[in-house]
Design a protein around this ligand. Sequence first.
Ligand code: 5AD
Ligand code: SF4
Length: 487
Amino acid sequence: MFHNIDFDSIDLTQAPPAKEPQRQYYFIAKCRQYIKAESGRLGRSLTANVTTFGCQMNARDSEKLTGVLECAGYSMTDSEEADLVIYNTCTVRDNANQRVYGRLGFLNSLKKKNPQMKIALCGCMMQEEAVIEKIKKSYRFVDLIFGTHNIFRFAELLCTMFESGRPVIDIWQGTEQIVEDLPVERKYPFKSGINIMFGCNNFCSYCIVPYVRGRERSRSPEDILKEIKTLAADGVVEVMLLGQNVNSYGKNLENPVSFADLLREVEKIEGIERIRFMTSHPKDLSDELIQVMKQSKKICRHLHLPLQSGSTRILQAMNRRYTKEQYLALAEKIRKEIPDIAITTDIIVGFPGETMEDIEETIDVVNKVQYDNAFTFIYSKRTGTPAASMPNQVPSDIVKEGFDRLLKTVQDTAKTRTALLEGKTLPALAEEINAQDNTLITGRLSNNTIVHFPGAPSLIGKIVNVRLKECHGFYFLGEIADSPAAK
Ligand code: 5AD
Ligand code: SF4
């Protein structure tokens, strides 16, 4: 909850302030009035549901949406049978879009049962013109649509929707603004994502992100550190620094700082025990960063280093700006400097022009790097990206054969890597009660591996030493150890 603002003392007879975030506080106060009146009329509290598609960035944005909704007076629910449902969408691959369209049909059936229900859509998919046209034509029951650049105006947009009584659509093409100090409600009390930058300047030729999230903008180190200190004071022990390309953090600030500089400062914050970050671009990963990670007691032993392809020819067509050999040299250097680190990756199969020989090159990299985990994706054509208009889109039988072979290699290497830890005792952050067996706690090692172990719910949020008894492919069954953990 957002404790430091008394929304009910905001004078709504005045015009809304021009300055942010005060303007949004004003609209939250206005929404509160509306929601109070509605719940008085219905004789019950109003419920809201936020459903997230896509990446960690979207998950963090959803926490911001939830923060506003709670301050406005909604009771949050996991069920989509709610008075307000908002889908925070993803468009990185077409299957994410198709899932949204499929579920919108279901929402419409709920709305027929509860006509005062409001349906809102936001996130990356909404930044695409063709999507908006389709929703306007075929999904006319949607009440509010906004995009990635004006999410900070959520309270104001909600208010406009309530007051106008008609659908509101507001999509911006970009923004320079980063609005601080808006409400946010964390999903986990003990860990939190923190945006350190927004957007991306890399324009990998298959990727829609730069078009829907805009150009790279870094938050100031002061704002980031202030937020993390507040989180630490509120019981957060683990932070995940979020950006599309964290290695280029700070380059465009008035007083440039490096990502390694930022990490050194985060390390000093008392109460924070674990630091993670996502995502690193191999072309920008500096020796300075490797050294900071190596020396750190808090930065987790995990690096997500997207490969995308192991073929230099395809990497060039993807505009990744590294070769197979450069990537391998980087991975080798990291493993040499930090031997206990887990390296994970993203790989795309079926990029235009890709042949079985190219896929063999990718499999070769997987065998050499020995990834601890890899996310493999089938190439998805995104309208407006350079790759979409490239000739030689790959026939689906080649894609399938390549994908299956790659997946097998990835799974075999990941299992081998995970098994290396069997018998060791390592610290794990207890994160939740196991969904299948409530006598077990699910924890996470510094290197991101999951371990399930018998334990009490009171352990959640604490770091405990766990002996990794049995390896089950990608995870462990373990037990709390009395003896101290080896580092
Ligand atoms: N098709 C398939 N996968 C994609 N990714 C990004 N764009 C596409 C696309 N058009 C993958 C990349 C990226 C991850 C987040 O999504 O592997 O690292
Ligand atoms: Fe997309 Fe490349 Fe930017 Fe990642 S670095 S978001 S893959 S354009």
